[in-house]
Design a protein around this ligand. Structure first.
Ligand SMILES: [Zn+2]
Length: 193
């Protein structure tokens, strides 16, 4: 992956509206076998606001990407846009798009690390024994996968086709119309009936 172009700007903060302190960094990356993506990060030192996202400059169709997590696939490139749902069914973990969700370019191991961090946070919030026990088991399983022990399935749905798992071992499926309607997109839906 070569970094092609970095643009930095000082902007008005979208969170606290203070002028002239927030920094917007845009990086154009060329991802082999996928195309160009624009990675954007906004950081405000004034209020601590931070947001990042990736935008694919060459858009794909809505798709579901499936790859086995195993020792050979840990370094496979993953582009997760803000609109993607990421699931590892064997571990019972899922990240859905929301107003605070972020887009990023990482690899399979990086996805596991993000789940690991989320489970650690959840562990501190759970008060009942049962939930804590489940979370601790999930944590052990995630850590084993990171070490290359065992296998699980990584599934990523993106209704806007902005995401990708870049590997010849990936299975790419169309998202059925019904499933597409049930996916959260991070936007507020107003249904007309
Ligand atoms: Zn701010």
């Amino acid at each position: 992956m070569n970094e092609e172009e970095i643009t930095e700007m000082i902007i008005k903060c979208p969170a606290c509206s203070v002028e002239g302190v927030a920094k917007s960094i845009m990086k154009e990356l060329e991802i082999p076998h996928f195309g160009k993506v624009l990675e954007t990060t906004i950081q405000c030192p004034k209020c601590g606001f931070r947001h990042s996202d990736v935008i694919a400059l060459e858009q794909n169709d809505p798709a579901k990407y499936i790859i086995e997590i195993n020792r050979n696939n840990l370094s496979v490139r993953v582009v997760r846009s803000q609109s993607a749902t990421v699931t590892i069914p064997e571990l019972g973990v899922k990240v859905e798009p929301g107003p605070k969700s972020e887009g990023y370019v990482t690899n399979v191991e990086g996805i596991l690390t993000r789940f690991e961090d989320a489970v650690i946070k959840a562990l501190n919030l759970f008060e009942d024994e049962e939930s804590q026990k489940n979370a601790r088991n999930t944590l052990i399983n995630i850590r084993e996968l990171k070490k290359g022990n065992g296998t699980a399935t990584l599934i990523m749905h993106d209704p806007f086709g902005q995401s990708n798992i870049v590997s010849e071992n990936v299975e790419i499926l169309e998202i059925p119309e019904e499933e597409l309607r049930e996916l959260k997109t991070g936007f507020v839906h107003i249904e007309d009936s």
